[in-house]
Ligand binder design. Sequence first.
Ligand SMILES: Cc1ncc(COP(=O)(O)O)c(C=O)c1O
Length: 634
Amino acid sequence: MNKDNWSIQDSKDLYGIERWGAGYFGISDTGDALVQAPTSKGTKKVSLGKIVSGLQDRGLEMPVMLRLENLVDDRITQLNQSFQNAIDLLGYKNSYRGVFPIKVNQQSHVVDEIARYGERFSHGLEAGSKAELLIALATLRNKDSFIVCNGYKDAEFIDLGIQALRLGFKCFFVIETPSELAIILERSAYWGIEPLIGLRLKLSTQVEGHWSGDSGDRSLFGLNSTQMVELLDQLQQAGKLNCLQLLHFHLGSQIPNIRNIRDGVKEACRFYIELIKEGANLQYFDLGGGLAIDYDGTNSSAGHSRNYSIEEYCTDIVEAVQDSLDAHDIPHPCLISESGRATVAPMSVLLFNILEVSSFDPKPASKPDENRCDPIKYLWETLEKTNSKHLLEFYNDAFYYRDQVRELFKHGQINLRERAEGENLHLSILKKVASLVGELKHTSPELDKLNDDLADIYYGNFSVFQSLPDAWAIQQVFPVMPIHRLNEQPSRSATIADLTCDCDGKLDKFVGPFGETNTLALHPLKNNEEYYLGAFLVGAYQETLGDLHNLFGDTNVASVRVDEDGELHFVHELAGDSIADVLSYVEYQPRDLAQQFRQSAEQAVREGQITVTERQQMLGLFNESLQGYTYFER
Ligand SMILES: Cc1ncc(COP(=O)(O)O)c(C=O)c1O
């Protein structure tokens, strides 16, 4: 589709930035993607292009994981304020405390930002391992913040948590499996400290979306009703029923449908009531994670979206707990949520440049010579005849004759140039068919996907496996779009390949104007001008789960903050892995490698293959490369 006057609104609609951007991203009148940063003096806009030039001035090459501090601050504020508003509105008689699950983004600067911006709300941390608990112990400043310990816990884990209790933090040990209680009781007796015990429920409520396995009878963690009764009896016998203060459940991450959340809370409340009746001293109701991100901007119950707002999420939870417990005259518990994705996903944008484009455009075709084989001549005739009336037939003929050309080549009956001529005619027919598909009232699956099959491949300077692993592992859709030239109509249709030369190292699911698409509209590259894209909403899980496929390491990272006067500050930068770094991760010693290479070069000098000067040049290059960035450097 070619439009005469391409407008900024057209770009907004095409890429859906107003639908998934949650107000944090926009497009300027000059066609640049903007960060719309919330500050104490309102929203301040900064173009991503300006940030990219600031990164270049500081020597940070693409790809860069950009973190926008204002957005973390705003997400923590929104979550806490929305719960507080719901509590005030409904007259709920207790408070809300958030804890950030460290596993969602363990990078020290991120956890530090969360602790800093969360301090005024006593926002705490959730730890799922000893390493994460050490981070929590060292990072949290506000003693009113909670620490929730989930996951398998050994004696050392419990000992560490007890130190948090001794320091004055409320540190809960959530029992995920029956065997944990004995260790908790033994270690707390040793230290002479009363533990704060939580119990993780296995709910029968099933949720929609990718992480439905976190709930239901077969979920890996949590106690079923029989195990719960046994636990109560053990606590009773040990005289520690008063230590059971927290009820926890986690229905799964990215829950798209609010009804599932309400149902889960209601079911958990039934357990809360029964446990109180059994004499437990419950005071905290921890509903885990699950608050979803609208990645595809459809505001629906589809897996990559959510059909509710943060406000609705908070109101529904407060209301469901209040209604359930009021009916039994049970005091309202302190509400805890472990929102990870919703807290950090919006803050990070992966910025990368495009290195090259491979297109499937045919060369101009001309009538074949008389001496050409029949299939080539038939391909030409098909091309001449192709019209919108019998499109599928022309499409099928194109493949039929192309295959015949390939057979002839295989048997040595035509040469390379003839094969190329046949394949170019085949592609010319497909292009013509694709251009006519829009005229049909009824198409077929083959014709429907023809435009996708002919899409360009844009080669991006990044690794899917390192920076967007969920796009590969679970077909997660992230919004991707150019960050400039948005006042120009993007005339190409493309998929994006990464640097890993792996057929899975690609992006071919995008946010389209009317839902998910297999291709993304992009601009043709201009000579001597970089073309930059951003992958948005990538702050949750991606950096943590990324791996070293093809030895592409951590990208450069930069954190920026926009102040209340709209000034941009580069507050933190971290150089990505060098080649020496990634080699050492897979147990090479860069010094040994350099030594081995020196010996090979010396051998070559001895054998007269290279001069001593050339040897020095080679060694210099080798050592310089060890210090270089693992990604494509201009
Ligand atoms: C126990 C627990 N709490 C919290 C979370 C974070 O969930 P989300 O990122 O959906 O907020 C998870 C992640 O799945 C989890 O397993």
